[in-house]
Design a protein. Structure first.
Length: 294
């Protein structure tokens, strides 16, 4: 069985390359021919009759499936229009990549998320009134979390302490879209990453960062394997299902009442730290799931 693993050719983050190489090597053990392909090695196009086609700067054999480890939504859509099965699918990746869309999907599913305000769409530069800024703090509290709608590895997420900081950050963002959320102080520098494949939880890690409000391991957090309680499991699985994911990393915050609050979901989950900490071969389980689904 042949498959492609598509990842971003311009990202230049070593941990991503390490992950896709690990996945490819695991495939060899299962007699799967998994070819690593950068998204900028492909040239999606349409013929004069409107049929989607795919050219490439490298030699390629048509795959039986594609593991799409990228956020190139247009390429993912093109490949699905050609009839390829993607893991994860285009819709799931898009809903995870856009934090505003993610918030809408999770809220509609009845899941507990931080109180959120979606910033207004703008063409060039925001021009928010004092009344708008005042109302944001009235709704969300004395401190807020501002997130650009697109961002990874804990980047593009900011802790805002006052109205002047909010105004300054929004002006700095220019035309980039953002959301604003209530600050969950009981989860400062700590969260839970739940790794899921199919409808099963593979395992979970608590991540802690004493020097930053963000717990991401990429920016200094340290993870340890933990056992989830029933409520945490239920919330994580429900969120995973709501976004139609094959595999994911679900991030949970610690609420003031001890109940989990959904932070976000990751379709392109970096699971290498989890594998190292737990000894669980996430790559192998994922490939077994894909073969079963096919």
């Amino acid at each position: 069985m042949k498959g492609w693993i598509i990842y971003n050719g311009a990202l230049r983050i070593k941990k991503v390359e390490k992950l896709v190489k690990k996945l490819s090597q695991e495939g060899k053990k299962k007699n799967l021919d998994l070819k690593l392909i950068k998204n900028n090695q492909l040239l999606p196009s349409y013929n004069p009759f409107g049929k989607p086609e795919l050219k490439s700067i490298i030699d390629l054999d048509e795959p039986d499936f594609i593991i799409f480890w990228d956020k190139d939504i247009l390429l993912a859509r093109h490949l699905e229009e050609m009839g390829f099965r993607l893991f994860n699918c285009r819709e799931a990746i898009e809903n995870c990549d856009n934090k505003a869309l993610m918030h809408l999907k999770l809220s509609k599913a009845g899941l507990r998320v931080p109180k959120t305000i979606v910033g207004p769409f703008v063409f060039f530069q925001q021009n928010l009134t004092d009344e708008y800024i005042d109302k944001v703090f009235e709704e969300l509290g004395d401190k807020i979390i501002l997130k650009e709608t697109h961002g990874s590895f804990g980047m593009q997420v900011y802790l805002i302490n006052n109205k002047e900081e909010l105004r300054s950050k929004i002006m700095e963002l220019g035309s980039r879209n953002f959301i604003m959320q209530e600050y969950i102080d009981t989860s400062y520098g700590k969260d839970i990453r739940v790794n899921i494949i199919g409808d099963k939880i593979v395992g979970a890690m608590e991540r802690r960062n004493p020097s930053d409000f963000r717990a991401n391991i990429t920016i200094g957090g340290i993870g340890k394997v933990i056992e989830l309680n029933d409520i945490q499991k239920e919330v994580a699985l429900k969120a995973h299902k709501a976004l139609n994911l094959d595999f994911s990393g679900v991030d949970l915050l610690y609420g003031k009442d001890g109940e989990p609050i959904l932070c976000e979901l990751n379709s392109n989950v970096n699971y290498l730290s989890f594998e190292e900490a737990s000894g669980i071969n996430f790559s192998a389980i994922l490939l077994d799931y894909i073969v079963e689904r096919l």
